[in-house]
Design a protein around this ligand. Structure first.
Ligand code: GTP
Ligand code: MG
Length: 197
């Protein structure tokens, strides 16, 4: 064997070792990576019910959230750290303290609450202007679809002027937190967003 081919063999082995290390590192990184999600929306929208429906696949009894709840939710090896933040008026000013590193914002809307939809729209557009949410995707959940005469996802989308949003990736989904209808599709969309970015 010539000196040249020995050198070549040495560098090939070194390169293979490097590639293996790189794959090992990437595997560890993706295994432990956790994606931050915040659930916001006006009080009584169904945020906490949705969080625990995600987690337990059951409807739990809730009381108004003072502060926040946090749970880890895994969807086919993709792990989300989900913060459910209280929506009462006095708590809304504190939403921004949860924005840092958020990848997905879930905005929950009570689809029967026509009177406060303008207020929800204002809160949504204020959030989108916040610099810490510039890279976040937005999932709007049109909740309480089980109630007669609730607004459809399309109506809510129109009232919130979602089609005018060009700075953020967004999606609207009709759901019912009591039965879990629409929530699996929501988790799939969240997963596809974080895997795409
Ligand atoms: N009919 C119906 N009721 C729902 C649905 N989702 C939530 N609720 C009810 O709405 C009420 C408020 O739900 P929560 O999950 O506590 O609301 P929240 O958005 O967390 O409210 P805050 O913590 O005050 O911000 C509860 O009585 C829930 O059972 C739904 O899809 N359908
Ligand atoms: Mg709550």
């Amino acid at each position: 064997m010539t000196v040249l081919s020995l050198e070549l063999l040495k560098y090939t082995i070194l390169w293979q070792g490097f590639v293996q290390l790189w794959f090992c590192f990437m595997h560890i990184f993706f295994f432990f990576a956790e994606h931050k999600v915040i659930i916001v929306g006006l009080d009584n929208a169904g945020k906490t019910t949705i969080l625990y429906q995600f987690l337990t696949k059951e409807a739990v009894q809730t009381t108004p959230t003072i502060g926040s709840n946090v749970e880890e939710i895994a969807v086919r090896k993709t792990r989300f750290l989900v913060w459910d933040i209280g929506g009462q008026e006095s708590l809304r000013a504190s939403w921004s303290s949860y924005y840092c590193n958020t990848e997905i914002v879930i905005l929950v809307v009570d689809s029967t609450d026509r009177e406060r939809l303008t207020l929800t729209k204002e809160e949504l557009h204020r959030m989108l202007a916040h610099e810490e949410l510039q890279n976040a995707s937005v999932l709007v959940l049109a909740n309480k679809q089980d109630i007669k005469n609730s607004m459809s996802a399309a109506e809510i989308s129109q009232c919130l002027t979602l089609s005018s949003i060009t700075t953020h990736s967004w999606h609207v989904q009709a759901c019912c937190a009591l039965t879990g209808e629409g929530l699996l599709q929501s988790l799939d969309w969240m997963r596809s967003r974080v895997l795409a970015s």
